[in-house]
Ligand binder design. Structure first.
Ligand code: ZN
Length: 56
């Protein structure tokens, strides 16, 4: 999963009950719904672990 701004890798970031994706390059944070259409398989797999939290 790449950043839309700088194309660096996004990492899944858990903040209390919220999940964000943060760019390892420019530190921009994305909400899941912002990037939902672009999620790749690797990122989806990580997010599956947090499904309960996301939809709580
Ligand atoms: Zn970036």
């Amino acid at each position: 999963m790449k950043c839309r701004k700088c194309s660096e890798k996004l990492e899944v970031l858990r903040q209390c009950r919220r999940i964000r994706l943060r760019c390892t390059g420019c530190n921009k944070e994305y909400q899941i719904h912002e990037v939902a259409s672009d999620l790749d398989a690797e990122t989806e797999k990580i997010l599956e672990r947090y499904t309960v939290i996301i939809y709580d």
